[in-house]
Ligand binder design. Sequence first.
Ligand code: XMP
Length: 169
Amino acid sequence: MKVLLSAEKIQERITEMAAAIARDYPDRPVTFVGVLTGCLMFLADLIRHLDIRCRIGLIQASSYRGEATTAGPLRIDPALLPDVRGKHVILLDDILDTGNTLAQIVALLKGLEVASIRTAVLLRKKDRQIVPLEPDYLGFDIPDAFVVGYGLDYNDEYRHLPYIGVLEE
Ligand code: XMP
């Protein structure tokens, strides 16, 4: 495993992202909607830096990746989503790859008549992006390599690592 982003570097950047969110939402309660399962670490660490009124919701998105590094068809399951109508939502995801997942969930949330929607992603593989979607809050731009750790998995393993690494063959 080659370490791409150390635990310290991730925490430092998340502190900065939380400060930016707190500046932008001084008096509007935020509903954070995390995309399962990869968002778990990012969501938990980010919100612990925030001294603002907020709610938390979750949405599941899966592309039946399994052991493969290329995605299958996307399925979105909103069963765990609270009522977001009229709420100021920040959608949180671990990684922006092609942009399909985030774009589809943004469209779904807009259809539920949220008051406003912004996106926060920890990682972006800029060279792979197909859907034009600029995250409002971005942690790091990374090269086009399959990464694991800090919520990201390979075949559902490695999510618990406090750093982000590139799996070596
Ligand atoms: P799209 O292409 O829809 O993909 O932007 C976003 C989702 O794809 C998964 N993904 C990865 N998962 N390492 C992972 O563990 C990676 O390098 C990687 N690239 C994409 C992830 O689930 C993300 O939400």
